[in-house]
Design a protein around this ligand. Structure first.
Ligand code: G6P
Length: 613
């Protein structure tokens, strides 16, 4: 949450920062602000989106080859102009932008007030920049050392950039718990800083992912990286595997629609080079390296948040069916505070699109402390979760910009399926024929998604019928119960219609009371072991005059007269059906949200990368 960008070099800083902030808007869009240094320091801040900031700066002096910008997802203090970043120190000489939360800010604030500091905003961030200046005033330490000293006094998470009016050419950045990437420009002394690589990619592909507890100091065109304990670090320069066209809408009206339609490719990329249905080989480094461990694990615990947690729920069915290992699925935010009982032969699988979700990171730390092995399943290359995990696999879905997760979810399920088969192979819970049957079906999934996407027009027509309703119910059983949850989540996230996902059989223990002739009920009734039971659940809805939209397997006309609307989905194995069944639900929520005039890519109050707990 919150996006930060900074630039120092010879180019016009304003253009780079504004463009970068727009790329980072998925991290929060409550307000935006910018600081530019050019002899003096100029600060512009505005509530709302980056476009409001552009209007605010129109016709003003925006020159300067050094500066920093911030797009905010509000935590401390409402989203207004004053609480927008950057924030200034008491004298106004220092400015800061910050992503994260300073937990002990109240105590620090009291101390600073006693020392004569007064504050303009309600943010925790302002306290930090006052603290740094206070350290400088009372110790005569230079800025970089004062930053180190102040950072030692704070609890919480941060990615920060600091500029000083009195030290032009001097920029300090640091991180702990919130991400920060540093781009090395082509000219000497040119550096980019950002919450992720998207603002940097068009200028350089040479990046350094700052590690937790590291501070980057740019002074007189040179870069120095130190630990917070003042020990010089050797930076590890990596090459970015990201292209600019991946960050554009490519002719689609929204990123979300583009990402839904990208799924044939993103699924293919998630298994490409990893499985070979002809030889029955699976190539996943993490599985090979942890062969001995995986042979003996007694329990799998899957953790995640939001849509990634739903992928974990699908994987519960997959892992239990294919590997016969007991599985638990946990919200990372609950797991981390529950003092869970963990053993060395537990395998924790942490699932995250961004690789930065604060609760998932904290859950991983806890699991590692308790001696468990952690696999990270992430989409963003170089993000914190893969770096913190013992091993894992990238989903390779490509950048996902729409705040509501789509292609990342289906890629997560694909990769989790590969891992489940890999473990099944190691433990001998499936024979080669069964393994090859799943392999060859996975290979057909991209083509089948192409076919499912042809439903787009039909789903738009359904959306036209239902975009005015106030409630929606989604029902599914077995593998498709989590798909019902995901369908409901997509709808509430982007259209603000109240929606609930339920295991179909549980409906009679509560939600059935809501059903009347106004209530659309989406039922996932594709071929499965429980098909007949799902049909009985549909009968229960129809008996109460609910409107049923049923997802059925292609060619099944058995429900045509019973339900109100039928959506035919290509046939596949039950264990892979969540991937295909998700597609029409993504499209339904998309079209409903568009028809309601909602901001599909940036729904209210949400952010894509939730770096606060
Ligand atoms: C936010 C996003 C969701 C996402 C969740 C977990 O709420 O809006 O789309 O599922 O965070 O994020 P992660 O990056 O860990 O998958």
């Amino acid at each position: 949450m919150c996006g930060i960008v900074a630039y120092i070099g010879n180019k016009n800083a304003y253009d780079i920062i504004i463009k970068g902030l727009k790329r980072l808007e998925y991290r929060g869009y409550d307000s935006a602000g910018i600081a530019l240094l050019n002899g003096d320091m100029r600060i512009f801040k505005k509530q709302g989106k980056v476009s409001n900031l552009e209007t605010e700066t129109a016709g003003k002096d925006i020159s300067g080859t050094m500066g920093m910008g911030h797009t905010r997802w509000a935590t401390h203090g409402e989203p207004n102009d004053t609480n927008s970043h950057p924030h200034l120190s008491q004298s106004g000489d220092l400015a800061i932008i910050h992503n994260g939360i300073i937990e002990n800010y109240v105590t620090l604030k009291k101390g600073l007030e006693l020392r004569g500091h007064s504050f303009q905003s309600q943010t925790d961030t302002e306290i930090l920049i006052h603290l740094i200046e206070d350290v400088m005033n009372h110790t005569n330490l230079p800025l970089a050392d004062a930053v180190l000293s102040a950072l030692k006094q704070i609890n919480g998470a941060y990615a920060i950039v600091i500029l000083s009016r009195n030290n032009p050419e001097h920029l300090i950045a640091a991180r702990k718990g919130s991400p920060l990437v540093l781009g090395l420009g082509k000219e000497r002394g040119e550096f980019f800083f950002a919450s992720d690589a998207t603002p940097i990619v068009e200028y350089t592909n040479q990046v350094i992912y700052l590690n937790d507890g590291e501070v980057a100091i740019v002074e007189n065109k040179e870069l120095l990286i130190k630990s917070i304990d003042n020990v010089i670090q050797v930076p590890y320069v990596e090459e970015l595997a990201l292209s600019l066209d991946q960050l554009e809408k490519g002719g689609y009206p929204h990123f979300m629609l583009k990402e839904i339609f990208e799924q044939p490719r993103s699924i293919f990329d998630s298994f490409r080079g990893r499985l070979d249905s002809k030889t029955g080989e699976l190539h996943m480094k993490s599985l090979e390296e942890y062969y001995d461990k995986l042979k003996d694990i007694k329990r799998l615990i899957l953790i995640g948040c939001g849509t990634s947690w739903h992928a974990g729920l699908v994987a519960e069915y997959l892992f239990e069916e294919l590997t016969r290992i007991p599985v638990e699925v946990e919200y990372a935010s609950e797991f981390r505070y529950r003092n869970p009982v963990l053993y060395a032969d537990d395998l924790i699988v942490a699932i995250s699109q961004s690789g930065e979700t604060a609760d998932t990171l904290a859950a991983i730390e806890l699991a590692k402390r308790k001696g468990a092995t952690v696999f990270g399943i992430c989409n963003v290359v170089g993000s914190s979760i893969p770096r913190m995990s013992h091993a894992g696999a990238y989903t390779h879905a490509g950048p996902e910009i729409g705040v509501a997760s789509t292609k990342a979810f289906t890629a997560q399920i694909t990769v989790l399926t590969l891992i489940a088969i890999g473990i099944a192979k190691i433990r001998g819970s499936l024979n080669i024929k069964q393994i090859n049957a799943v392999y060859s079906e996975i290979e057909k999934i991209p083509q089948k998604i192409e076919k499912a996407l042809l439903l787009n027009d039909k789903i738009l027509e359904l959306a036209k019928l239902f975009h005015g309703v106030g409630n929606f119910l989604y029902l599914g059983r077995g593998y498709n119960f989590p798909v019902a949850l995901e369908g409901a989540l997509k709808l509430k996230e982007i259209s603000y219609i109240h929606a609930e996902g339920y295991p179909a059989a549980e409906m009679k223990h509560g939600p059935i009371a809501l059903i009347d002739k106004e209530m659309p009920v989406v039922v996932i009734a594709t071929n499965s072991e429980h098909y007949e039971k799902v049909v009985s659940n549909i009968q229960e809805v129809k008996a109460r005059k609910g409107i049923v939209i049923a997802l059925v397997t292609e060619g099944n006309h058995g429900l045509d007269t019973l339900v109100d609307h039928v959506i035919e989905i290509p046939e596949t194995l039950e264990c892979l059906s969540p991937i295909l069944n998700t597609i029409p639900l993504q499209l339904l929520s998309y079209h409903i949200a568009v028809l309601r005039g909602c901001n599909v890519d940036q729904p209210r109050n949400l952010a894509k990368s939730v770096t606060v707990e």
